[in-house]
Design a protein around this ligand. Structure first.
Ligand SMILES: C[S@@+](CC[C@H](N)C(=O)[O-])C[C@H]1O[C@@H](n2cnc3c(N)ncnc32)[C@H](O)[C@@H]1O
Length: 334
């Protein structure tokens, strides 16, 4: 067994946010895009990003040491598969996720102690309103948030291919960007889709679905899932939704969905991270705290999801693992 120097362990944890902010700075300054455009040396990168050459070389030295970039100042910096994903506009780009986590989410994490004390989200403490209110108020915040959500959506194809949507109607409740729904509709040519979300969020999905799926295969409906969702569909999807709410609100919204499920054969697909009873997997634990800080929400154990579903008249039927330690839970009406 190797012994870990406890002081070293503390320093390793403390410096975690420095990595985040170094990566954020590189993305904000578009260093991956400048390298892709041929600005390999520190001097050329500094000129392109309008920063000091010594500073940029020091930033690049750290990010190269942790595998984000390759090469060096003499031979020229290169992209690695990691920094390739940080370019603007490439398929699966994680640029917007880096920006959101480095800006608003970083600031909200600064209010972790008040969040622990009050039960209100750190985001509210930092920005004076909830995350969802902020998305409604701030021009461009909604589309930026949805692009960041897409970057963490590498499980979309697994959901689309991992369930038989048949030729029925699928309602993606609070479906955000529409990317999950388009993946489902492209994988199941006979299915019809309904994207449901808040009025201020649906424009992104409308544009995305219009360019990816034939116009007669989907509808976009706006509303509040605590009041009602489109009724009578064969499949309902709640992807990364329960995570934003406390148990009482989750039961409210699951009850709305349950009421909309008219047929015995209707199914609800829930996509969430599951906290292991023994806390084995780290990502669900990290996101559990992240959701407390961002939205006053949480990740749950399997028992937690079962009990929410049961309170709304639903029963868990199956579970499968997806990418990024996410799970697909399929529930049926009791
Ligand atoms: C974390 S995002 C998840 C988006 C998408 N399902 C995904 O997995 O990428 C949460 C979504 O819930 C929507 N939302 C929040 N409150 C809502 C409400 N009361 N009614 C309908 N949608 C809501 C937000 O607009 C946002 O699109």
């Amino acid at each position: 067994m190797t012994t870990v120097d406890p002081a070293r362990a503390v320093v390793d944890v403390i410096t975690g946010t420095w990595r985040t902010q170094a990566l954020y700075a590189a993305v904000k300054l578009r260093l991956p895009d400048h390298i892709a455009a041929g600005c390999g040396t520190g001097e050329r990168l500094a000129a392109a990003a309008e920063v000091g050459p010594d500073a940029v070389v020091r930033l690049m030295r750290l990010l190269t040491a942790i595998g984000v970039f390759g090469g060096d100042d003499t031979t020229g910096y290169t992209l690695t598969p990691v920094s390739d994903l940080l370019r603007d506009g490439v398929p699966g780009s994680m640029r917007d996720m880096c920006l959101l986590y480095g800006e608003e989410f970083h600031e909200a994490w600064g209010a972790t102690v008040p969040a622990l004390r009050t039960g209100r989200s750190g985001f509210e403490d930092a920005f004076g309103r909830t995350l969802h209110q902020y998305l409604a108020d701030e021009p461009d915040a909604g589309p930026r948030f949805l692009r960041a959500m897409n970057a963490g959506g590498s499980f979309f194809a697994e959901v689309a291919n991992g369930h038989d949507f048949g030729t029925g109607t699928v309602v993606d409740v609070a479906g955000g960007s529409g990317m999950l729904l388009s993946s489902i509709l492209l994988a199941h040519q006979g299915a019809h889709g309904v994207l449901f979300d808040r009025e201020h969020m649906v424009q992104v999905a409308k544009e995305h679905l219009t360019t990816t799926v034939a116009g007669d295969r989907f509808d976009v409906v706006s509303g509040d899932f605590f009041e009602s969702v489109p009724t009578g569909a064969d499949t309902y999807v709640l992807s990364r939704i329960l995570q934003d709410w406390d148990d009482r609100r989750c039961v409210d919204l699951l009850t709305t969905v349950r009421r909309a499920m008219r047929a015995e054969s209707a199914r609800l697909l829930v996509v969430e991270r599951v906290v292991d009873e023994d806390g084995a997997r780290l990502l669900p634990l990290l996101f559990d705290l992240h959701l407390m800080v961002m939205a006053g929400g949480r990740e749950r154990t399997m028992a937690g999801y079962r009990s929410l579903l049961a309170a709304a008249g639903l029963r868990l039927e199956s579970v499968r693992d997806l990418a990024l330690e996410t799970s697909l839970l399929v529930a049926r009406p009791v």
